[in-house]
Design a protein around this ligand. Structure first.
Ligand SMILES: *Cc1c(COP(=O)(O)O)cnc(C)c1O
Length: 397
């Protein structure tokens, strides 16, 4: 029988062809083995500078052992959503240890950092409320704002004058007001000006919300996040963390007051309508947080490596923008050139993904590097050599 044309989805084929014409159609690179400082990617062993596995926890023996033990004791799946009968004692333990670690009253865990944002913002902000959002905030914050009935106004990235202008013009017209920012911005590696944001929030009677996806396990004492980094405990109302990046596993959490967490357990839609984490994830997360509470050795090593590699790239003469964290972009400018740079690095044994418009503004295409605690000095020296060689060859240096 002839396939009816409706099944052929011509409208999508046309869009995919457009992506190909624009040169932004990408094949996914494939890992053939664990994520590590050295990884086998597309059949080649390379130095991996593109994972978010900041602390090397994704393949850490202690996390793997804890995951296996949780599977043996609790099984492969949780069996239900948290609010029906998917909450195991280990889920509650995970939330308690996270609250202790974060030095906050309470924590609720969601399936991912993304679902934290898309679930929390619409659960607390409604018609008649105002959200004030940094223009470079993560896509999942934008989704959360769209799902809420509140009015959303953006301010220029980390521009405190513009933030105050927005507050002055709008606050008096709305009931509840919430300022949202990423803690660390993922494409430039800069840190939010949280002390200034908190001051302005208090002046204009707004709540504050920090998405610490790239700061969890990175900034603050043993990776407690930006609130801890700036000593702002008690002055930020919502702290979002991810368990998928530095913590090495999967999931996200909201840390805050008991009142807030209580409400989210009743109205956070991903918590109510999507199944709880499998035991392996929970076991590994608990172990990871224990490791961070026992010792700062993991974050110390991360920062040593990050400073070392950043200094090397800068000494070579690359433009690393305004990075203040282990995320170090090498800004090339032209889109095609950044992609070529990334491809040539791969041939030289380094994986550093090229990033172009629309993820970053036109004319600021880059390769982004993320050093981890697991990289050895020898690997970082070799990676810097590859950057030098390809940079000279392509006349970037
Ligand atoms: C990665 C990221 C998320 C999503 O976290 P997942 O746990 O991977 O879903 C949310 N917010 C920001 C700022 C991120 O960088």
């Amino acid at each position: 029988m002839k396939t009816p044309s409706v099944h052929e989805m011509h409208f999508l084929k046309e869009k995919i062809d457009q992506l190909k014409e624009q040169g932004v159609y990408r094949k996914l690179p494939e890992l053939q083995g664990p994520s590590g400082a050295l990884s086998v990617i597309n059949g080649k062993e390379v130095i991996n500078l593109s994972s978010n596995n900041y602390l090397g926890f994704a393949n850490h023996p202690r996390l793997k052992k804890a995951a296996i033990e949780a599977v043996e004791k609790y099984g492969a799946g949780a069996g239900a959503v948290r609010t029906i009968i998917g909450t195991m004692d280990i889920h509650n333990q995970m939330e308690s240890i996270l609250a202790e670690f974060k030095r906050e009253e309470a924590v609720i865990v969601f399936q991912s950092g993304l679902t934290c944002n898309s679930g929390t913002i619409p659960a607390v902000m409604e018609d008649g409320d105002l959200i004030i959002s940094d223009e470079l905030n993560h896509a999942s914050i934008i989704d959360g704002c769209r799902l809420s009935k509140a009015k959303t106004v953006r301010f220029k990235h980390s521009d405190m004058d513009d933030l105050e202008r927005v507050l002055k013009e709008n606050c008096h017209k709305y009931r509840n007001r919430l300022i949202i920012t990423d803690g660390v911005f993922s494409m430039d590696g800069d840190i939010a000006k949280l002390p200034d944001i908190v001051e302005l929030a208090e002046k204009y009677e707004c709540m504050t919300y920090v998405d610490d996806a790239h700061a969890s396990g990175v900034l603050g004492e043993s990776g407690r996040g930006t609130v801890d980094h700036f000593g702002l405990h008690g002055r930020v109302d919502f702290t979002i963390g991810t368990l998928s990046k530095a913590i090495g596993v999967m999931g996200g959490y909201v840390a805050g007051t008991r009142v807030l967490i209580d409400w989210l357990k009743h109205r956070g839609r991903p918590f109510l309508f999507s199944t709880a984490h499998p035991p392996a994830v929970v076991g590994a997360v608990i172990e990871a947080i224990k490791m961070l509470m026992e010792s700062t050795q993991y974050t110390d090593r991360l920062w040593d490596n990050a400073r070392y590699f950043k200094a090397k790239l800068e000494a070579l003469g690359f433009n690393t923008g305004k990075s203040e964290t282990p995320i170090t972009p090498v800004i090339i400018g032209e889109e095609a050139k950044a992609m070529k740079f990334s491809d040539r690095l791969f041939e030289e044994g380094v994986f550093a993904q090229g990033i172009a418009y629309p993820t970053v503004p036109r004319g600021t295409a880059r390769v982004r590097t993320i050093v981890t605690a697991e990289h050895t000095r020898e690997q970082l020296d070799r990676a810097a050599e590859a950057f030098k060689k390809v940079g000279e060859e392509m006349k970037i240096l």
